[in-house]
Design a protein around this ligand. Structure first.
Ligand code: ADP
Ligand code: MG
Length: 341
């Protein structure tokens, strides 16, 4: 319910930001989240095609849908069967493996057994007992997700291993959906795929889209407003999905080094990049990494920018976002700063 309300507020903000031009909108629920796609200057057909693309990808990538490609890959873990996978999905799996290598100990799509041990896959969320968690942790190693690009197959080397694409599916869907829209001649659209906001082109009036980064403490408020054009802003944080046991909060982004919810001193990480998939993967990985490693990694590259919200009440935005950025966090008591290279 809380999620639905915050979604509505975001939607209202976005609508105000884009009013005055004909547009078509689709709102739907898939990948376990509420999504909305707004297409400017075109009919409803383009928005519907975009929705279909996202829903089709969910049917392929979901691991709770028994018929999906990923479920088939997981079902054959350890039995030697190489599962046929088309080249786009092989590329996605290979990309996810590369993020694990770039940020060791922060990111791993074979985290699924640990998600299951915590009950995050079903309804019964709970702190796992030590033996169950250790068994699950022993199965996490994307080095044992074997990809054969020539044969067009993927295989999990050990029984019990399992892939979970929750950290990258929405960014991947954004990239594919943008292609579908571009091919249909769309030059202005906004994809809100659940904390992954993708601006396709500018708004109808030619100005960049204005997108709010939610305050983790109150997602009806904003830490800052960003200007976005041909880029994704992807946010990961411990504030969206969590449960409480004995007065302690446990959230759904797991530190692969400990098997426990990451506690790196960050409340949320927003990654802005023209590479939609990179934005999604890095938001998860850098949330686990923490402030220092996240900023070091940012300084080592030039293909993304960051908004970090720390547990001690600071909002840090990297300098590439400065044009058009409006800090709002002061109103909620945050100390807001620009970070230079
Ligand atoms: P959300 O899906 O809530 O928007 P993320 O993009 O950060 O947020 O993805 C979180 C999901 O990624 C989790 O639900 C889980 O499926 C998976 N996951 C959790 N921890 C990790 C991790 N360290 N590396 C890769 N995937 C993870
Ligand atoms: Mg992510």
């Amino acid at each position: 319910m809380k999620r639905a309300i915050s979604f509505l507020l975001i939607a209202i903000f976005l609508l105000l930001a884009g009013c005055g031009t004909p547009s078509a909108q689709e709102q739907f629920f898939t990948m376990d989240t509420v999504m909305s796609i707004t297409v400017n200057g075109k009919g409803a057909a383009e928005a519907a095609a975009a929705r279909q693309e996202v829903e089709g990808l969910n049917a392929l990538l979901s691991r709770t849908d028994g018929d999906s490609l990923i479920s088939r890959l997981n079902a054959h873990a350890g039995d030697g069967t190489a599962v046929e996978v088309d080249s786009d999905i092989l590329e996605l799996l290979s990309f996810a493996k590369s993020i694990s290598q770039l940020l060791p100990g922060c990111f791993d799509i074979t985290i699924a057994p640990v998600m299951d041990a915590w009950g995050f896959t079903g309804e019964e969320r709970h702190v796992p007992d030590a033996a169950d968690l250790a068994r699950a942790m022993a199965l996490v190693d994307s080095g044992k997700l074997l990809l054969d690009e020539e044969a067009g197959t993927a295989r999990l080397a050990e029984a019990g291993m399992s892939v979970d694409l929750g950290s990258v599916a929405k960014g991947y869907a954004a990239a594919r959906t943008e292609e579908v829209l571009r091919e249909a001649g769309v030059t202005s659209a906004l994809l809100d795929l659940g904390r992954n906001i993708t601006a396709v082109g500018p708004k109808a009036d030619g100005a960049p889209w204005r997108v709010g980064v939610a305050d983790p403490a109150d997602s009806s408020r904003y830490l800052c407003i960003l200007s976005l054009e041909d880029a994704t802003a992807s946010t990961s944080g411990g504030y969206e999905r969590w449960f409480e046991e004995n007065g302690v909060r446990y959230h759904h982004i797991i530190d692969p080094k400990t098997g426990y919810p990451a506690s790196s001193g960050l409340q949320s990480v927003t990654v802005v990049s023209q590479n939609h998939l990179l934005a999604d993967a890095l938001s998860t990985a850098l949330f686990v990494a923490g402030e220092e490693e996240a900023l070091d990694f940012w300084r080592s590259r030039d293909d993304f920018e960051l908004v970090l919200c720390t547990e001690d009440g600071r909002v840090l935005a990297t300098e590439g976002l400065e044009a058009g950025l409006e800090f709002r966090g002061e109103e909620q008591g945050y100390d807001c700063q620009m970070v230079r290279r």
